[in-house]
Design a protein around this ligand. Sequence first.
Ligand code: HSE
Length: 436
Amino acid sequence: MVEPIKIGICGLGTVGGSAFQLLTRNAHLVEAQVGRPILVTHIGTRRNNSNCSVDDTIIHRDIFTIAAEPTIDILIETIGGCGTARELVEYAIDNGKHVVTANKALIAEHGNALFERARTKGVSIVYEAAVAGGIPIIKAVREGLAGNRIEWLAGIINGTANFILSEMQSKGRTFDEVLSEAQQLGYAEADPSFDLEGIDAAHKLAILASTAFGIPLQFDKVFTQGISTIELQDITYARELGYCIKHLGIARRTDHGIELRVHPTLLPCSHLLANINGVMNAVLVAGDAAGPTLYCGAGAGGKATASAVVADTIDVARSLANGIENKVPYLAFHHPYLSDEQILPIEEVESGFYLRMKALDKPGVLAAITQILSDTGISVEAVIQKEPKQNENSVPLILLTACTHEGRLIDAVTTIESLTSVSGSVVHMRVELLSK
Ligand code: HSE
């Protein structure tokens, strides 16, 4: 009888539970792919998952026992976070286990050290499930597009944020109402501020950029803005101008360095990414040979993420069964010259801008504002000015600018905010065409 490859799963929540079920349900298919049976022999969890029956599998309350268990070949980490999960993964690597993880925070923030540790120990650490749920985007970039120089990539990489924005745009539902539905559906992070403030997307962008450009993980250099400040009125005005607001992660090579940024973005309504709604994720990757290619699918939820966890498990198991060398990402470590590419500060990034301000409804105000933009070398592409409501003497003024340096735009905004005819701060959001 062929000896099975033995797996321990640590964390039996939404993703871990679904991964266990998928490995069990498709055991024959998995065996056919690997050439050897795969068996989950141990599960580490503090509490049982009522949606997941684990039959005879041994349950440990102390997850570290699994990392040290001599019979286990691969440890699947689905605990999340950078505390216990980090200690567990380090301990598993030190004990010679290959690691499959769905933990984007762990990889984005500690991946460089973990990869080095895994390389020293000769084990794999794989993390397809960390980015864009069920979409095999890491494999697409690392394997399918391996012969390309990746120029840029842009994507909707947080399902919860996209779900909230889509529901607000299409049904006019409130932020809080949609967030609570996203939590019930198992899309949101344990701490939903990670989804709302763009941190989760920044983790994923750091991982994508590292894979695409062969640079070390640099989560701390990702410019990060979330969706929590987007108002329904901005969604409406953007629509009037022919744009949808999407929360995007963008990584782009330029002659001066690499852009790494996560923020709400106005996209033309006709753009493919503008039409990716609900919990769906999509990533557009532009390679110098393949041109732009689009990858789309469910970006969150147990089943979709389990698909990626199981694919990674099969991948590692195949290498074990067939003796292929391990797959620790090596670009960043073996081509250090690539690491020198600097990450651009946001002030040096170029894009168009959507501006919304509250201005006095009197002669010369619009002229003064456009004069400031003109003095700063910024061209105006479109303007909307609404009539004042009864008993109000200020009006919303919305401007769309041509492409400009962010630093220049911020200077202009600061001067506009100092005008006595403009009250409050000027809302500004980046506009992208992503057309080449
Ligand atoms: N909270 C994440 C999201 C889960 O909404 O995209 C998938 O990483």
